[in-house]
Design a protein around this ligand. Structure first.
Ligand SMILES: Nc1ncnc2c1ncn2[C@@H]1O[C@H](COP(=O)(O)OP(=O)(O)OP(=O)(O)O)[C@@H](O)[C@H]1O
Ligand SMILES: [Mg+2]
Length: 132
């Protein structure tokens, strides 16, 4: 499915709807450039999963754990799958929570075989194309 979003709020709403299709143990890869809206989309997923805590970008922590329900990854600063493994980040891929991964391209070698992918393309300053 292709969606057009004109505001961060709309992107969140699409993420919230997408969350309804998720089941325990799903691994979601979010593709898109810097500032595309991957974290905004994740905020919507969190809302859809009934997480009350505010979602912040895990850029420096690599991964934020929201009560074992959602694991939000930002692998921008990782350079290999081996690094992710050494940091213990890959353990959650096979657990009960939902994993949402930004910049998964950097850890390709350790991603599970079965994943769901979402792509966010910047069309202009405010417009995003979201492909699910
Ligand atoms: N339609 C839109 N949907 C989402 N974000 C939008 C939209 N229009 C403008 N923006 C802006 O784009 C930026 C998206 O930031 P966000 O942190 O979600 O991106 P990101 O893909 O996670 O980037 P990064 O790779 O740096 O983590 C925000 O500054 C937001 O205000
Ligand atoms: Mg982000």
């Amino acid at each position: 499915m292709k969606y057009l979003s004109k505001t961060p709020k709309q992107t969140m709403k699409i993420g919230e709807e997408f969350a309804k299709t998720l089941t325990s143990g799903d691994v979601v890869l979010l593709h898109g450039d810097l500032g595309a809206g991957k974290t905004a989309f994740t905020k919507g997923i969190a809302k859809g999963l009934n997480i009350q805590k505010e979602i912040t970008s895990p850029t420096y922590a690599y991964m934020n754990d929201y009560d074992g329900i959602l694991y939000h990854y930002d692998c921008y600063r990782l350079s290999s799958g081996e690094d992710a493994e050494a940091l213990g980040l890959t353990d959650y891929f096979y657990g009960d929570g939902v994993c949402v991964i930004e910049w998964s391209e950097n850890i390709k070698s350790v991603l599970p075989k079965k994943v769901k992918s979402v792509t966010i393309n910047k069309i202009d300053e405010k417009t995003r194309e979201i492909i699910i």
